[in-house]
Design a protein around this ligand. Structure first.
Ligand code: GAR
Length: 211
């Protein structure tokens, strides 16, 4: 058998985690990084807004934080350039979007493309965007879930790394369903971020692999 090609990306373990909300996925990553065998550690948390629980979680863990808000910049391109520089200060091997609700532009993707992963609370390509849980419920699906993907220039369109299914219960509302998805999502995100770090990330067309 011919030797397998070397991974295109091998993350040596510095994670910058980007957040916009309650930070349950961030908390799961912080719990995992306590174990040296995990191979990755969160070196900074970057948010697009202040006053969120995710930033409190980061500060309580002693992790450096930064906030780069769109409203502080003339336009999206200026914000994109600023958030690129902010993240670059921390020299990440992998950028993890853990509930980060902004789309990046060409500057950020040019700098970090191929080493940005995102988690989404639906089974892509169904229900992309900011309301994946609400949209799945409204559609009436019986099974939804979560997806870990490599970020490209689209809205939740990048190559899929991993998915997990979560059944919709008859009396679910958006909050109850999202809580059950988050419990599964945290495990999936922690597992795949760790695997990327330890084994490397490879993307071939629509297909993403580790190892
Ligand atoms: C997560 O469920 C994540 O998948 C979702 O936001 C939540 C953040 O929760 N992201 C998106 O919808 C992105 N399209 P958390 O702040 O508690 O980790």
């Amino acid at each position: 058998m011919p030797p397998r090609p070397a991974p295109a990306t091998r993350a040596s373990g510095r994670l910058v985690v980007m957040v916009s909300g309650t930070g349950s996925n961030l908390a799961a990553l912080l719990a995992a990084h306590e174990d040296p065998a995990y191979g990755a550690r969160v070196v900074a948390v970057v948010a697009d807004r202040g006053g969120i629980r995710a930033l409190e979680i980061a500060r309580a863990a002693g992790i450096p934080t930064a906030v780069v808000s769109v409203k502080d910049f003339e336009d999206r391109a200026a914000w994109d350039a600023a958030v690129t520089e902010t993240v670059a200060v921390f020299s990440p091997d992998l950028v993890v979007l853990a509930g980060f609700m902004k789309l990046f532009g060409a500057t950020f993707l040019g700098r970090f493309g191929g080493r940005i992963v995102n988690t989404h609370p639906a089974l892509l390509p169904s229900f992309p965007g900011a309301h994946g849980v609400r949209d799945a419920l409204a559609y009436g699906v019986k099974i939804t879930g979560c997806t870990v993907m490599v970020v490209d220039e689209g809205v939740d369109t990048g190559p899929i790394l991993a998915q997990a299914a979560v059944p919709v219960e008859p009396h679910d509302d958006e909050a109850t369903l999202h809580e059950r998805i988050k419990a599964v999502e945290q495990v999936l995100l922690v597992e795949w971020v760790g695997r990327i770090t330890r084994e490397g990330l490879r993307v071939e067309g629509r297909h993403a692999f580790v190892g």
